[in-house]
Write a protein of this length. Sequence first.
Length: 329
Amino acid sequence: MIGAYYDSHAGETWAGSAYAFVRSHGVWTQQAKLTASDATATDGFGYSVSVAGDTAVIGAPYDDHAGRFAAGSAYVFRRSGGVWMQQAKLTASDAASFDQFGFSVSVSLSADRAMIGARYDSHAGGIYAGSAYAFDLGCDGDDDGVPDQRDNCPNTPNPDQADADADGAGDACDACPGFDDRIDCNSNGVPDGCDIRDGTSEDCNASGVPDECERDADGDGRIDDCDACPDSDRAATIVIDDCDTRVPNRMLGDEGCTMADEIARLADGARNHGAFVNRVAHLVNAWRHRGLISVRQAAAIQRCAAQADIPRRHRHGDDHRPGGHGERD
């Protein structure tokens, strides 16, 4: 939780705000922007912040209330199903002008208690001696008999605390039943499981992680686990052993392989140069019949294949000497 106490919004200068960030797969993303329900100019909301689990306390030390200037206040927010909502506004029982209650805040690890500092509070100890106020946050906002700090649906009655998918969000308020609401790798505000279930994201390897969050080494839109050519040749044109055919290197089908990839496969599998050239001839003829290339483009590919030193002569002995006999396909 990060405070921005000089933030201006809704026409209120320096009203202040706070930003909630969450981490998923090692990446921090903004989850929400929090503001006071009664925000006014120069409140300084966000000057101090404290978080424990799904509870946040945010100080606004310059807030004016009950006719007292800069008496200060603090706001309690609860998160449920990934949504932060204001639960309460805290003020000192003996608030006075310039106390700056909310200058410092702290919420207990159990999220049921809060300590709020009033920097300039004057009392028997002296002028501007300062003080701190302890609050019990054990409220039950939805009246379901479960205190909010232990309630997996603090804003929706869920008395039995049922949570079938064990993601911390009770069934009564779960945005995506059956999936962990806390995981949102693409930061679109929707749990990954719902993205996959609703068809917003693909999951070609059934890993439970949207494809856009998985590795795609060659950037062709197919993740490596589902890519027949994970290190695809993505050059603009087909190049065979440094010979540029100037034929556009098109993607073939939906398996993630390009024309250059197919020719590279033939090169890897050929016993000798003649076999490679013959196989390329068969391949480009098939492409031409499918309307993928023109006769002229087919000739350009075959010309470069014939000129190529594939397979490398130093690796295959006499079978590749000039005038040697090639394999027939």
